[in-house]
Design a protein. Structure first.
Lengths: 287, 287
């Protein structure tokens, strides 16, 4: 093949974006693997090659196993809730009701708000003494005695976080499902109604099959976002109380930047990367 | 007709709950920030402030604002805003041309690996920062770039450029090729056709990626909290978080600060959300 300006130019046009990606994503990924075989603690000094020691240490560390279990529960809970709200919200907003037009155009807002503000908003709402939720419960007489500490009680903290994260992410799901719903030809519904199909049958046999590719897309994005959530959890509970909300990303951060065990954290990141890659592959293969 | 009425009443109730769930928190932080500190600290929250005031905003910027019980120079918050503005604008200026050219190449040229590259762009966007933060930290330390805005801009470029490329490709795909071909028949070069025909039509797409990039950088937390450590160089997100972590929370200033942090994101996003959602949906449906 003759190399001319014509057939080389698309590569040149993509090169800057690829290059920056190489420097900030691909190279660090490789460097992370190398780092995981050393005993680097902090900063720039070289460290000594110690083979698989970091991996063995991580596998033996009970904190890692607990964090993995929490990560799985966190991800599953979030994906379930986000998909349910996304589907329900989109079906509701696609109905010819008053006000849906304006709601559709601003429903994405919670997704746009910076995570640090999301965490602040919810810490303020869930505040035990001053927060509005506890105050409503008090005035309705549903709660007596000590205020509920939503973010300070182990089981409640995880639940609250799932709810907060779904608040932020399900608008995205609603918008994407709405778009998918609009691609379904109206004639299909009309034909089904003439045939006397119930709305549940229509949903099961027309809507679901036609939007299932978009649900897979959402499942993939939801998995990528939730399994890797760091900011939101860190800014609200820092993995606490105790270690009740310490998922894998939180543990990696803690080991790297608070316990000064960079290499050990890097090896945990490699383990997490393998899990992410495997799961993504499994989700995407279903398409 | 009775059943119709009942089902629409149920639908409206669901709609009201949806609106309450997604928009009340935003309303609430805004309203709370306008309350005087005595009203914030009382256990009986009002839906509308009894005596609306800007005192929290004034405190936030006053020369000796109280943060976490410590007296701190109020101008720090101005620094944070200034830093975020600088980093976000710099990234936007770099990302937008690079991503639009790369997106154009992926849309208009068919070459080996173009489909794979498009998909790779989305995967890179979803790639978790927590898996690369450790090597990026050591890399920046190695080059003496820690605690500089330059390091943040590089990282943000890698976070935003691939996704903007993906969005722009979807956008260019929706513009008929014939327009440029006509210009080329009239003697314009491909580059001239791109500048004079394609770019002007692409204004909504460009506006979308400009605002997406700006908003993403504006609220980013993980990298800016790790790569920057002097207060004077911090961005808004870690700046706000800094005051949040303390045991004693100064709610008044914090609420005002979070409204200021959220305003640009919301104000910029609302006008383009229609385009953004449309492109996102076309991209997602094609994925």
């Amino acid at each position: 093949m003759k190399i001319t300006f014509k057939n080389i130019s698309p590569y040149v046009m993509i090169l800057p974006v690829l290059l920056i990606t190489m420097i900030v994503v691909i190279y660090p990924l490789v460097d992370n693997i190398i780092l995981s075989f050393y005993n680097l603690k902090y900063g720039t000094e070289k460290g000594i090659f110690i083979g698989l020691d970091n991996y063995i240490r991580n596998i033996k560390d009970p904190r890692v196993l607990y964090a993995l279990v929490r990560s799985i529960a966190w991800t599953a809970g979030n994906i379930a809730l986000i998909t349910a709200i996304g589907l329900g919200g989109a079906l509701l907003l696609s109905k010819p009701l008053k006000g849906t037009g304006i709601i559709r155009s601003i429903i994405i807002l919670p997704w746009v708000i910076p995570t640090v503000v999301v965490s602040l908003v919810w810490r303020w709402i869930l505040e035990p003494d001053l927060g509005i939720i506890n105050n409503i419960l008090y005035s309705l007489g549903l709660m007596k005695g000590k205020p509920i500490t939503y973010l300070g009680t182990p089981d409640l903290a995880m639940l609250s976080l799932v709810l907060i994260n779904s608040w932020k992410l399900s608008p995205f799901a609603i918008v994407v499902v709405l778009a998918a719903l609009q691609t379904i030809p109206r004639e299909l519904y009309e034909a089904a109604m003439i045939d006397g199909a119930s709305s549940f049958t229509i949903f099961k046999n027309i809507t679901m099959p036609l939007i299932s590719p978009i649900l897979t897309f959402l499942g993939f994005i939801g998995f990528a976002w939730c399994f890797n959530t760091f900011d939101l959890i860190w800014l609200i509970t820092e993995g606490g109380p105790g270690s009740a909300t310490e998922t894998l990303p939180i543990l990696i951060y803690r080991k790297a930047f608070l316990e000064y065990r960079l290499s050990e954290a890097a090896s945990l990141a490699v383990i997490m990367f393998i899990i992410v890659a495997l799961a993504s592959f499994l989700i995407l293969r279903r398409r | 007709m009775r059943t119709v009425t009942v089902s629409s009443v149920v639908a409206y109730i669901c709609l009201a709950l949806l609106v309450l769930f997604f928009f009340f928190p935003i309303y609430w932080i805004f309203i709370s920030s306008l309350k005087p500190i005595e009203e914030i600290m009382t256990a009986k929250p009002r839906l509308i402030p009894e005596r609306p005031t800007l005192e929290n905003y004034i405190n936030l910027f006053s020369p000796t604002a109280l943060y976490g019980g410590f007296e701190r120079a109020g101008k720090f918050f101005l620094y944070f805003l200034n830093n975020s503005l600088f980093v976000s604008l710099s990234t936007t200026v770099l990302t937008v041309p690079l991503a639009s050219i790369a997106g154009y190449a992926l849309s208009r040229y068919s070459f080996k690996g173009s489909g794979l590259l498009s998909r790779l762009m989305l995967v890179i966007y979803l790639f978790p920062g927590i898996l690369t933060i450790i090597p990026i930290f050591t890399m920046m330390a190695h080059f003496g770039l820690l605690n500089t805005h330059f390091s943040l801009i590089i990282v943000y470029l890698a976070i935003t450029a691939p996704f903007c490329t993906w969005l722009m490709r979807a956008f260019f795909d929706s513009i008929p090729k014939e327009l440029e071909e006509a210009a080329q028949i009239d003697g314009a070069s491909r580059f001239q056709a791109f500048i004079s025909i394609v770019l002007p039509i692409s204004r909504p797409g460009l506006l979308t990626i400009i605002i997406f990039t700006f908003v993403t950088c504006w609220g980013e937390y993980l990298f800016s909290s790790i790569l920057i450590f002097s207060d004077a160089l911090k961005s808004v997100a870690p700046g706000l978080a800094m005051y949040m972590g303390y045991q004693y929370i100064e709610w008044g200033s914090l609420l005002a600060g979070s409204v200021i942090c959220l305003l640009p994101a919301v104000a910029l996003f609302i006008p383009v959300s229609r385009y953004f959602l449309k492109e996102l949906a076309t991209g997602a449906l094609k994925f």
